[in-house]
Design a protein around this ligand. Structure first.
Ligand code: ZN
Length: 280
């Protein structure tokens, strides 16, 4: 068996969705600090509920790295008004990410507009939407991280479903200020994933998200597993991104309405720390 080094515990980041079941953002940030966690990745609704200024101050107080801000995107619209609303909202997301000192703004790019069956058209809108947002984000210095989502979300969340497609968008729109968020939950099944990680290289890999794929999965959105409880070869994927020179955080992102969100959050964090060491 290949001997792997356990990951540096200092590279563990917690996506705040993981702890949202029982804690608000203030409790999550204080809880992560108590457990010695060095990185966090907050969601916009949580930041809005706490207040952007207060959240940014709390992040600075604890000295967290903000390994991503979740999320921008949702570019396609059925009407021009919808597209413009998405554009404006994405610009606000960039501003908020800057205020929080985030390393990137994660893009969940959106699926089909309401009533549409035109996935090629949706993908064209995504390309144009990212291009337009780059004009705003690049001069501001906020990198955009395209997160390819598992194809089961193509209709309603993201019509960029492979790392190859995300790489194509980076090729077309330019690497400057644009990259990819690789989430093991979305990429583990892809037979082309290792060549596509190599194609992305350290320059494009802006974030690495971890959790596990449970068998059976009882809910396509809210039944993600803790690392080690499912079928994803997480160490192999970590090896692949780190072989490219990626030295960023490993961000735990678990949506789990019936399991982890119901557990005491201190137990969840302690489990993340242990599984990061033993299963990643
Ligand atoms: Zn993710």
């Amino acid at each position: 068996m290949n001997e792997r080094t356990a990951p540096d515990p200092g590279l563990l980041s917690i996506n705040t969705a993981t702890l949202r079941g029982r804690w608000n953002l203030r409790e999550i940030l204080d809880g992560c600090a108590r457990h010695g966690i060095k990185g966090v990745s907050p969601w916009r609704d949580q930041v809005r509920a706490m207040g952007l200024k207060e959240a940014a101050a709390k992040v600075r107080e604890h000295g967290f790295a903000v390994t991503g801000y979740c999320r921008g995107g949702m570019f396609p619209g059925a009407t021009e008004a919808e597209r413009l609303a998405a554009r404006d909202d994405n610009r606000r997301a960039v501003d908020e990410a800057l205020e929080l000192g985030s390393q990137c703004l994660v893009l969940v790019v959106g699926g089909l507009p309401k009533g549409s069956k035109d996935i090629a058209g949706a993908r064209a809108q995504v390309r144009d939407g990212i291009g337009e947002l780059l004009d705003y984000a690049r001069p501001a210095g906020m990198p955009l991280a395209i997160e390819p989502l598992h194809p089961m979300y193509a209709a309603d969340r993201a019509c960029v479903n492979t790392t190859a497609h995300a790489n194509d968008l980076c090729d077309e729109l330019g690497d400057d200020g644009l990259g990819i968020a690789l989430d093991v939950y979305h990429i583990w099944w892809d037979p082309d994933i290792l060549p596509q990680i190599a194609r992305a290289g350290a320059k494009r890999i802006l974030a690495f998200h971890i959790c596990d794929w449970l068998v059976p999965t009882r809910d396509v959105l809210l039944d993600r597993g803790m690392m080690g409880d499912g079928v994803i070869d997480i160490p192999a994927l970590r090896d692949a991104v780190e072989a490219q020179g990626y030295r960023g955080f490993h961000e735990v992102e678990i949506f789990s309405a019936e399991d982890w969100w119901k557990r005491p959050p201190d137990e969840v964090i302690a489990t993340c720390v242990e599984r990061h060491r033993s299963c990643c």
